[in-house]
Design a protein around this ligand. Sequence first.
Ligand code: LMR
Length: 324
Amino acid sequence: YVIGFQPDIKGELPYDEEFTGLKDRIIIKFSHVVAENTPKGLAAAHFAQLVKEKSQDRVEVQVFPNGMLYTEDTEIAALQHDDVQMIAPSFSNMNKIDPMWLVMDLPFLFQNQEEVDRSLQGALGQRLLATLEAKGLKGAAFWHNGFRQVTNNVRPLRTPEDFQGLKFRIQPSTVLERQFKALNASTISTPFNELYRTLETGRADGQENTISNILSKRLYQVQRFMTISNHGYLGYVVTFNKRFWENLPPDVQQLLQEALRETSDWNNRESLLHQNQLQSLLQNQSLQIITLSDEEKALWKKRFEPLYEEFTVIIGKNLMNEIR
Ligand code: LMR
């Protein structure tokens, strides 16, 4: 009876404890959309292991990768309904919670990871996390992935003119939509686990993503060119169902927080290592890699400049001034 039994506690402690001996067992279902061998996938597994050790098996984190339970379109609602207790959506998926998150999509907002960290650990991070409370969510940590690069299968992309008439798959964000519009390109938004098919079937000519996502989903099989542009940042907000979190015993909250902190440190080191996977991508003959000169990069930046003005209205003047 007990073997293979997975109590679905939905934020409450279960069931016939005498019978199962699982009285104090807490299950946290953690759903995410990327592959296991990516910064987020690895961090999720690392976190689950740490929680297992720290709680001596009292708390079990069950990780569901690759969008097998929910995609970006459905995972936030699933969390709010307590169908899962933990997710780690990328920032571009959070603007449906609050438009303030759009700020993280602005092209060339951050020059490097250090700038991202400084902002997220400071006032910006606090303000973003505060938007979640009213929506029944508890933001608990930020995890890295890295900077976005552009791939496509039509031509090498060096200058803004090269984008003319092409179609790009994007994450659901009006900033990303406008970013490509500024390059005279069009967009289509699809969930991450449909990305490969979207490119393979020609519904989009290209897309933007981090090296680890490009590699782990083998996008190089359906793309011919990759421009190292580092134009956008892709990160994650690790989020619990708020009511579930608040109902946890204080000692469990504390051990989860400790495990999260350790995982964040580990993930942030790990995601930098992942950048080195570029090497193996480079060795893949079928994908031509284009590196931008400083002059070319300056042209991209100039083209994106109006977006800052445009989105100030939505993101808020104060926040925008603070960031800039
Ligand atoms: C995407 O392109 O949708 C991905 O970047 C999603 C993710 O979680 O990394």
